[in-house]
Design a protein around this ligand. Sequence first.
Ligand code: GUN
Length: 307
Amino acid sequence: MAVLEGRLVAEKIQEEIRLEIERLKSERGVVPGLAVIMAGDDPASRSYVSSKSRLAEKLGIRSELVKFSAGVTAAEIARVIAERNADPQTHAILVQMPLPRPIDPWQVIDCIDPEKDVDAFHPYNQGLILQNRGRIFPCTPLGILRILDHYSIDPAGMNAVVVGRSFLVGKPMAAMLTNRHATVALCHSRTQGLPAILREAGLVVAALGKPGFITVDMVKPGAVLVDVGIHHIEKEADFEKFCPRSLHDAFKKKGSVITGDIHFQAFAKAAHYTPVPGGVGPLTVTMLMHNTVELCKRAISMANDKR
Ligand code: GUN
């Protein structure tokens, strides 16, 4: 069983991005610009947004955070998006999900210029991915493919099972694995006979948002396990259920530990697995920076084409 060290892959890609940004600045005089829009005060979202801002600053991206209270309307968010769509210094726009109820996320996502849609959540960009002519890809599935590529794990011909059908991860992941010639089952909370389906999987992507859901009995020996889940375990009873004894001192000291959607005992059966933390998470935020630079480069080349 070998660990897929997402953190190391992310650091390598970050260095490439940093150099690319330096080149854009020195050769083109352009600084990639990212606008992050957040509504409400969800603690997980706050932590994601601050890690995005920190990494942007570290790599030389100009990032801006627009914060709204939980009572904001879709129309108010749309107004800010329209301003950033028109701003040539903003190359990438991100609206942090989930948005507070009762906002319909599509009403907001539909307003983002597809050329500034850094998450590739806009229906135009998701449609292009389905047609295997995507130009920008959602950060988490893109990061997962970068980890697999780094370790020379080729999805072509594999039986891949994606668990979770969100538009953020599961659906685009299934399309992107299909485009890479995997045979893909996209499973979810209503899938019947999920354990038997999982036992046939050479590659599992777990993105369903339930701690320790995929257990050792559901895993085929020698499988590749990719864990997208991030769960903060704070109760002793949950710790006993989901975490290895070896983390108990750390749990007592910090009051919490992080675990994923795959039960730790399942990893012993895998050929390769991504740990939580330090697996997929560092790639997600890194690919956001990658996409920001991609959109900036596209904007430069489109401006040149118009001349
Ligand atoms: N919420 C959780 N993950 C993501 C992501 O990748 N992008 C956005 N916009 N919101 C998220």
